[in-house]
Each structure stands twice: as structure tokens, then as C-alpha cells.
Design a binder for this molecule. Sequence first.
Ligand SMILES: Cc1ncc(COP(=O)(O)O)c(C=O)c1O
Length: 455
Amino acid sequence: MSAPAIAGIPRSAIPALIDREHERCAAANPRSRALAARSARHWLHGVPMHWMLDWGTPFPLFVAAAKGARFTDADGHSYADFCLGDTGAMFGHGPEPVAEAVRRQGERGFTAMLPSEDVAVVGELLAERFGLPYWQTAVTATDANRFVLRLARWLTGRTKILVFNGCYHGTVDETFVRLRSGRAIHRPGLIGQAVDLTANTKVVEFNDIPALEAALAPGDVACVITEPALTNIGMVLPQPGFHEALRKATRRVGTLLVIDETHSISTGPGGYTRAFDLTPDFFVLGKPIAGGIPCAVFGFTAEIADRLTRLWATKEPGHSGLGTTLSGSPLAMAAMRANLEQVMTPAAYEHMLGLSARLAQGVSALIAERSLPWHVSNLGARAEFVCAPRPPRNGTEAAAAMHGDLEHAIHVYLLNRGVLIAPFHNMTLVCPATTAADVERLLEALRDCLGELLS
Ligand SMILES: Cc1ncc(COP(=O)(O)O)c(C=O)c1O
């Protein structure tokens, strides 16, 4: 009888590898260990943001410097970075034009609650690139999504929204739901939730058009919010015809369509929306839009702008519930302008897409070499290896393909060999500064890792 396996890997090999790699990591990083101990005196669990503990290392690695596709840790190890701040640094760490714009802006002030001279140009750049005429900013994609949901409710006079199972749109309360046995529930792990989120959020499976139509039929849904492909539960690509059917179904019942491109901007210079001619009412983009400086934008159609203007004229005085103090700051505008004009260029994308395809092809070859029941999904500069034989069609199938301990073992093994991939599932991103040698380094380390797991 063959030994029990997880996604083709002998179950017993996984904890053994994790133990070895933890020891190796601890021995190689005394300075990070000391910084972790010192930080633990004043930061909860030793880090300023709890996600920094999610890397599967025995203590967090501290970053000394990051530039382009690489970073150096406090102990002097250099890494090829394929996580890239989980998309925040998708155009490389500290891209020079953005760094220069930030330095320049430093001489002129960072925040003012007034528009800076860059605003007019940035509006033109956004409209031209993404094809939507009107824009607003936020500091994070989470905030942009929150503001869009509020606007959608105001515009339609409806309270409900609809999301797809397995979605992630930042820490937006209403989107923290999951589908379990056909019912919406609060997302497992959610803390401190005061109101029942399922009262106002419907959830159906991605790629399930009949379920979507049924949920929209009562005409009580203000908007559907979705990524063009789910990227936060592994990767779930849209099936042929999905986006056309989604747009038709929403239009039929007066439901607005919000496309969140925060991760799928990996597809191309105008995101998935431009590459596949989507026609959302609202378009959201955060994380890398200002080259890593906190900033997010949301765009909308002329029709939405017109309806908003008319509503605004009738609105009673008082706080709208939209906005945060640092949104649209001169700093964010200067960084976004430099990024849009000089960094996020078609030439940069050409390089990123070519190398990501090479990476995906290389990982597919390794999977075939080892006859593993895995596959690779690719969305432009984003490639993900999934420990299941077939691409998942929805969030439930994607969740079933996630194997936390196996992912953890692979991540720490790669990290100990100077290669960083995202701490969640097996996501890789390629930036304009990534080289073919970086990709080969990842492939070599992954080949060795599979060799050890299967030996
Ligand atoms: C699709 C999507 N939207 C929004 C967000 C939230 O971004 P932020 O954490 O910068 O607010 C994320 C974060 O991963 C995301 O993947």
C-alpha cells in the first residue's frame, strides 16, 4: 500500500521538511531573531501588522533594504522577490521615477487637503489608460471599495450587495462572507463583528451564472463587486462567456457592476478590463497604482457621474461617509503621476508578461517531470501553482486545493534559498526589474524542494 499523500506529496515528508527548514532559517538569521525579540516588547506579537507573522518562518525576517526585484534582510541575505509586497511593489521596490517624485514632493509638502498641480494630469492619465472618465482617490483599495459600495447603495436606493464565494476586497465588512452548503455565513476567523453581514450580502459561486441570475432576480442588489478572476483563494479564472453574462444579468435588473482590479492589474497596462473589453460601472485599483506609496483610485462612467451630481445637489448637509484625510494628497498624486507616466508602461508589461510566462512554463515542466497532480494558472505578470490537477471553477473548489502545511514547507524552503513567494497560497509576481536569472533561481530552488519532498 502506498504511503498517504497530500496532493501527490507523502504526508510524512511535509513536517520533516518544515522542521529542517525552520532550524536552517533560525541559524541563518540571528539579527532578525534579535530584532524580533526586541520588537516583541512593544508590538503585539512583535510586528506592526499581524500579517507579518504569516510567512511560516520561526520569527519574522526583518528587511534592511529593497530595490527593484530584490531585497536584503537584516542578516545580509539577498532575495529574489516574487511576492513583491503582495502586489504593492508589482512595479518593483522603490522604482526610481517614483522615488525621485517623492523626493521632489518632500520639498513641497506631503499633505494639504487641497488639490496639487499634478491632479489634472493624473485625471487625464487615468481616464486615457482605463477608459473611464471620472475618478476619485482613497488611501487603500479597502477604502476605495468601501466608498464604492456606499455610492452604489446611494445611487440605487438598495442596501444589498453580491459577492462571489472566495472573494477578497480588503477588510470591507460586507464582503467578509462565505458560502457553506448553499448558505451565506460569516467568513471563518472574522473577529469583533457586531452586525449580521449576511443580512445585506448575497454570495454565489464564481462562474455560476444561473445562481447569479437567481440572486439578482428580486431586484434588491445595489451592486456586484468582483475581481475579473479570483486571485485571493488561489486563482479562479472566468470561464468563457462569464463576464458577458455577468454584465447582461446586472444590467437587466439595474444592479451596478464593480470590477476590483487591485490584483488583476497584472494582466496588462489597462488591467483585465481593457484587455478583455469589460464595461464596469465602477473600477477599483489600489496597491501598486502609485508605485508602492499608499494610494487607491476608483473610476466610474459619465452616466454614474451625472447621477451622482444630481443626487449631490439634493443631499442634506453633513458628512457623506466617504473619504479619509490623507486621500488625494500631493504625495500620492506625485507618486501616481510618476508611476503612470514612467513605470507602468507597455514596455514594462511586455517584459513582465514574457518572464511570467517563462516562469509558468518552467513550473509546469517541473510538475510534469514529477508527475504531480498540480497545475499552473497565469494572469499576465501573476503566476500561481496550484496543488490540484485541474483549474478550479469556483471558490469552493479553489479552497479544496489549498494545503496549508505543504505551502508552508515550500515557502520556507524557497526563502532559505533566497527566493520569496507570497505567504498565501503559491503566488508569484514578476516586476520590471525581475531577470531571467531570478526566474531560473526560483525554478532551481523549487526543483530541489520537490526532490526533497519526494525523496
Ligand atoms: C482584489 C483586492 N482588492 C482589495 C484589496 C485590499 O487592498 P488593501 O489591503 O491595500 O486595502 C486586496 C488586497 O489583497 C485585493 O486583493
